[in-house]
Design a protein around this ligand. Structure first.
Ligand code: SF4
Length: 229
């Protein structure tokens, strides 16, 4: 249970906003997660981020729930992860050949000039990402030298706090594989992933995409709320 083990390992700052965060964040549907997964994740992250400003704390928790939904979508049977593992034409590491885990690079910051809230959220996400990475290494994962510093012999150390760049990128081969499997129905999902993956982050809204989730709900109607992962 990689998510739950890591969430349990997070130190509590203050639990005083947990109830409010649950009320506000659970008002949104999380189609690809089980109800208890959502509750556990909000409770643990709210308590851990208790001293952060409400806007940033809730944006960070929402980001984690969004990434976890995309993780569930990628894990589906005959899905994106299996296609990567089985058919990659750029072995041995495919796309994980550089430091794509960085949430906002210095050039992103200097060129795009994100808002203060975006910079604050990127800082919080990077701190959480560092914790998730460290936790994975504590579980015995071994880094694969020479590629992305988060790549191990058994894959990425990150699942909940992957960067927008990593979570949205689909290589042409994966796109072809999804089109072969789903026909024209794959097009809206692929277009939404490409649009958010190639957008420059300016505001809090640029970290995630409602269009991606909506397209995935249409593409995988029977796979919603798939349960624990
Ligand atoms: S963070 Fe993970 S998914 Fe992204 S490039 Fe590195 S190893 Fe690959």
């Amino acid at each position: 249970m990689p998510f739950d083990g890591w969430l349990k390992s997070l130190p509590t700052d203050t639990p005083r906003h947990v109830r409010t965060d649950l009320e506000i964040l659970r008002a949104h549907p999380f189609s690809f997660l089980g109800a208890q997964q959502v509750v556990n994740q909000i409770e643990r992250l709210s308590a851990h981020l208790g001293s952060q400003p409400p806007l940033i704390r809730r944006a960070a928790i929402s980001y984690s729930l969004y990434i976890r939904q995309l993780d569930a979508i990628q894990e589906m049977e005959n899905g994106i992860r299996q296609s990567c593992a089985r058919d990659c034409q750029r072995p041995p590491v495919g796309c994980c050949n550089s430091e794509h885990h960085v949430i906002l690079s210095l050039s992103d910051i200097l060129i795009a000039r994100p808002t203060q809230n975006s910079l604050h959220l990127a800082h919080v996400l990077t701190t959480l990402q560092n914790r998730e990475h460290a936790h994975s290494l504590e579980q015995g994962r071994l880094i694969r030298p020479g590629y992305c510093s988060h790549l191990t012999a058994t894959g990425c150390t990150l699942r909940m706090f992957k960067s927008p760049r990593c979570i949205h990128y689909l290589c042409p081969q994966v796109e072809e594989s999804m089109t072969a499997m789903h026909g024209d129905n794959a097009a809206p999902f692929l277009a939404a992933m490409h649009a958010i993956g190639s957008c420059v982050i300016h505001t809090l809204e640029d970290f995630t995409s409602a269009a991606v989730i909506e397209a995935a709900e249409t593409l995988f109607p029977g796979k919603k709320s798939a349960g624990e992962h």
